[in-house]
Write a protein that binds this ligand. Structure first.
Ligand SMILES: [Ca+2]
Ligand SMILES: [Ca+2]
Ligand SMILES: [Ca+2]
Ligand SMILES: [Ca+2]
Length: 206
C-alpha cells in the first residue's frame, strides 16, 4: 500500500513536470533563525521552476520557503548578484487563511548592518496569487549586489514573533541572479528515470 502510494507520487511529480503543470520546489525553514546573524541562507535553492503563485517564475529566479511558528521571528539571507538595480520581490502566500494556522505576516528587509531598507505588512489590492487575504505581505523593490536579510513576523497588535502552530510560505524572487544549474549527473538520472517510466507505461498498455 505504502509502496504503491510512493510510486504514484513519484509518477505524479514526473508527469506534472512533463505536462508543464506548476510544480514549484518548496524548501523547509530551518530553526533556529531568530536573528540576522542566525539567518537561514537560501541562496542554493533559487530556481526557475514554474510556480503559479509567483510572478514571472520562469524568468526570474526564486525560492519558496515553508515557514512555521515557534515563538520566534524568522530570518532568511539571500544574495543579489546582478549589476545595477535588480528587481526583488518578497511575497508571502498562505499566511492569512482564516484558520488556526493563520498569521498576519509582516516582512522587513535589511542590509548586512541591520539597517531596515523596506517593509510591508499588508498587500494593496489586487490580491496576489497564493493569497486569499491582503493580510499576506508583498514587497517589491530594487537592490544592488550584496547580501540581504528578510525578517518575517506576525502583526498581532504590533510586529511580533510567530506563534507555535502558525505557518506561511515566503517566496523570494531576485532578478538577474544566476539560478543554480542542475548537475549533468542529476539531469542524466532524471532523463533515465523518465525514459524507464515511459517504457514501463508503454509495456503495460501493450
Ligand atoms: Ca504569491
Ligand atoms: Ca519559524
Ligand atoms: Ca525563528
Ligand atoms: Ca500583514
Amino acid at each position: 500500500m505504502k509502496k504503491g502510494l510512493a510510486t504514484n507520487l513519484i509518477l505524479g511529480v514526473l508527469m506534472a513536470g512533463v505536462s508543464g503543470v506548476s510544480h514549484a520546489t518548496v524548501i523547509t525553514e530551518i530553526e533556529p533563525n531568530d536573528t540576522l546573524s542566525a539567518a537561514q541562507n537560501v541562496d542554493a535553492s533559487f530556481s526557475l521552476d514554474s510556480a503559479a503563485n509567483i510572478e514571472n517564475s520562469t524568468t526570474i529566479p526564486h525560492v519558496s520557503i515553508a515557514g512555521t511558528g515557534n515563538g520566534t521571528y524568522d530570518w532568511f539571507k539571500f544574495t543579489v548578484s546582478g549589476t545595477g538595480n535588480n528587481f526583488v520581490l518578497l511575497d508571502i502566500d498562505y499566511g492569512a487563511e482564516g484558520d488556526a494556522s493563520s498569521i498576519d505576516s509582516i516582512v522587513r528587509l535589511y542590509d548586512i548592518l541591520e539597517n531596515e531598507l523596506a517593509m510591508n505588512d499588508d498587500k494593496a489590492n489586487p490580491l496576489d496569487y497564493g493569497s486569499i487575504s491582503n493580510l499576506d505581505s508583498w514587497l517589491a523593490t530594487t537592490l544592488s549586489a550584496g547580501s540581504y536579510y528578510v525578517r518575517v513576523g506576525d502583526f498581532g497588535y504590533s510586529d511580533m514573533p510567530i506563534s507555535l502552530g502558525r505557518d506561511y510560505t515566503l517566496n523570494i524572487s531576485v532578478d538577474n541572479r544566476m539560478a543554480p544549474v542542475p548537475e549533468p549527473a542529476t539531469m542524466l538520472l532524471m532523463g533515465t528515470g523518465l525514459a524507464g517510466l515511459i517504457g514501463a507505461r508503454r509495456k503495460k498498455k501493450a
